[in-house]
Design a protein around this ligand. Structure first.
Ligand code: ZN
Length: 65
C-alpha cells in the first residue's frame, strides 16, 4: 500500500496519506482543509518496507592508523 506525501499549497503543511486510488483527487489538507495540495512523488514509499535495514550502522572508528 503506497503512502504519498503531500504539501498543502495554502498553509505549507506536509502530510502523508494512504492512497488506494491514484486517481483520487479528494485529498485535502488535514490542517486547514484546503484542496490545493501537491503530491510529492519522490517520497512515495511502501508500508512494511525495510528501508531502515539499509542504513549503515555507525561503528567504532578503527583502522587507518
Ligand atoms: Zn493546509
Amino acid at each position: 500500500m503506497p503512502i504519498y506525501e503531500y504539501e498543502c499549497k495554502k498553509c505549507g503543511n506536509n502530510f502523508e496519506k494512504l492512497i488506494f486510488n491514484i486517481k483520487d483527487t479528494s485529498i485535502t489538507c488535514p490542517d486547514c482543509g484546503a484542496k490545493q495540495v501537491k503530491r510529492l512523488l519522490s517520497t512515495a514509499r511502501v508500508i512494511g518496507g525495510g528501508i531502515q535495514n539499509c542504513v549503515p550502522r555507525p561503528g567504532p572508528a578503527k583502522g587507518f592508523s
